[in-house]
Design a protein around this ligand. Structure first.
Ligand SMILES: Nc1ncnc2c1ncn2[C@@H]1O[C@H](COP(=O)(O)OP(=O)(O)OP(=O)(O)O)[C@@H](O)[C@H]1O
Ligand SMILES: [Mg+2]
Length: 209
């Protein structure tokens, strides 16, 4: 059986990057081999596409181009990093994955959800995370947090209602797939969120034996 595949999702500033790092440390402390990665990104090609996708210089990018670039990055990432890692027994922890495409390009940009589902499936060759931690945070809180560390990227710079639609989409996904997607309240202190993340990961590891 391949190693566990764990993803973090949610609106901007929920603390995904923070929690990914804390989970990595917790797993390494237990001598569990793991690899942290993020989307868009993770391979040379995907990192180049990340720059294009996040840069404010491409602010006029059309929604279809945005979707296809995201998926090109994902296809390369899955084929060349995630899948081989899982197959050799490395637990992979990924900061954003397929659910972000449903939220951003589906709910955010208004592209067809059915099509996004099919394209996600194509890009991942059907790879689905074993566990997804949704770090849910009110939009204003998350954006304020994100703004503390960096200038807004092309997505963070979108209007508030765009971010509101994303948050709603993530919550709907969690309602539809409660077995895979666990909602955590990311307003709480990061140590408490980390504790709840580990609780979910432990449950997953126990179920997998
Ligand atoms: N539970 C928390 N309470 C308060 N601040 C937090 C919490 N978790 C993270 N932060 C802070 O919020 C900011 C954003 O956190 P982080 O970069 O981990 O979020 P993110 O979800 O990865 O954001 P982005 O979507 O922009 O990548 C950082 O300054 C971080 O230190
Ligand atoms: Mg982040």
């Amino acid at each position: 059986m391949r190693a566990p595949f764990i993803t973090f999702e949610g609106p901007e500033g929920g603390g995904k990057t923070t929690q990914v790092a804390l989970l990595e440390r917790a797993l390494l402390d237990r001598d569990i081999r793991c690899q942290v990665t993020r989307e868009p990104g993770g391979t040379e090609l995907a990192n180049s596409l990340r720059k294009v996708l996040l840069s404010v210089a491409t602010h006029g990018m059309g929604a279809k181009a945005e979707l296809l670039l995201m998926l090109a990055a994902r296809a390369d990432h899955v084929q060349r990093l995630i899948r081989p890692g899982l197959d050799e027994g490395t637990t992979v922890i990924c900061d954003r994955f397929v659910d972000s495409t449903v939220a951003y390009q589906g709910a955010g940009r208004g592209l067809d959800m059915g099509l996004i589902g099919k394209l996600n499936h194509f890009a991942t060759s059907g790879l689905v995370p074993d566990l997804t931690l949704l770090l849910d945070v009110p939009v204003e809180v998350g954006l304020k947090r994100a703004a503390r560390t960096s200038r807004p990227d092309r997505f963070e710079g979108q209007a508030l209602d765009f971010h509101q639609r994303l948050r709603e989409a993530f919550r709907q996904l969690a309602e539809r797939e409660p077995e895979r997607i666990k909602i955590l309240d990311a307003r709480q202190p990061e140590e408490e969120t980390a504790r709840q993340v580990l609780e979910q990961v432990d449950k997953l590891l126990r179920e997998r034996g």
